[in-house]
Design a protein around this ligand. Structure first.
Ligand SMILES: Cc1cc2nc3c(=O)[nH]c(=O)nc-3n(C[C@H](O)[C@H](O)[C@H](O)COP(=O)(O)O)c2cc1C
Length: 246
């Protein structure tokens, strides 16, 4: 039985504990920064309007939310998708060069990029997309049916094929680690959890079903999206669809 204390997970936690002496001595490792904006300038672009907010009672939504993996084969509307994107990464303010968003981010460094596997959304061809946050535009990376490939990459979880849309979040670690060093790696996972919870609550508020997923073959999803797995790598997924009455 391998020792818990020798596991890489335990060592990661240990080695990224903040140490008072180290913090104030300025001894932290130096990691060079990288751009905070990612755009695929040659991709076909689908601008999204500012969405109209539906009425929703936060505490009722919190009480109702449940992970749900069984969906109707029915498309989402573009307005619904726009609201889901807004809830997860909508720009709600500005502080200097930073665009502040619906979800908090350590140091306002926003290390998470949002990609979509669109299986069925009215007005958008099925395919893989990237959200360009500053212009609030969807960039089409590849057109076609990717549901079964996403399912295979997600350990065969059929919700990735039956969902109307699969949210795929990647991390660009340097954005956060250039400021916080290795401890920044913790913050990246906290960041994405905030984003995902906002998505799950928005889906619930819209009467949709959603489920997060941490189970996937990282390199298979990275290959689908053309990510190198080092400077940028997938870290979390969530599926959204219309609920199926059971
Ligand atoms: C980090 C994380 C990873 C998860 N991964 C999966 C997954 O791969 N597949 C799945 O069906 N559910 C996944 N879930 C959903 C959990 O199974 C679910 O949240 C849990 O059973 C509690 O149910 P609830 O979300 O309905 O409250 C994940 C949840 C979290 C927070």
């Amino acid at each position: 039985m391998p020792d818990y204390k020798k596991s890489i997970g335990f060592l990661f936690l240990e080695k990224t504990k903040l140490d008072r002496q180290e913090l104030f001595s300025g001894e932290r490792e130096k990691i060079s920064p990288v751009s905070y904006v990612k755009t695929y300038s040659k991709a076909p672009r689908y601008p999204l309007p500012r969405p109209n907010f539906p009425p929703a009672e936060l505490f009722e939504v919190l009480a109702r939310r449940r992970s749900s993996r069984i969906y109707q084969r029915a498309p989402l509307t573009l307005e619904e998708l726009n609201l889901l994107l807004y809830a997860s990464q909508g720009v709600t303010g500005r502080a200097g060069r930073y665009l502040l968003r619906t979800a908090p981010s350590a140091g306002a460094l926003y290390p998470i990029e949002t990609y979509l596997g669109i299986n069925a959304v009215s007005g958008l061809p099925a395919g893989l997309y990237h959200l360009e946050v500053t212009g609030w535009v969807l960039e089409e990376l590849a057109r076609g049916e990717f549901g079964s490939k996403l399912k295979e990459a997600a350990l065969g979880q059929s919700m990735c094929e039956t969902a109307s849309v699969v949210f795929i979040w990647s991390a660009i670690p340097r954005r956060t680690m250039s400021k916080y060093g290795s401890r920044g790696m913790r913050y990246i996972f906290m960041d994405v959890a905030h984003i995902c919870q906002n998505l799950l609550l928005a889906a619930e508020a819209l009467g949709l079903s959603a489920c997060p997923s941490g189970a996937f073959f990282d390199e298979e999803i990275n290959d689908l999206l053309g990510l190198d797995g080092e400077e940028e790598t997938v870290i979390y997924l969530a599926t959204v669809g219309r609920p199926k009455m059971q």
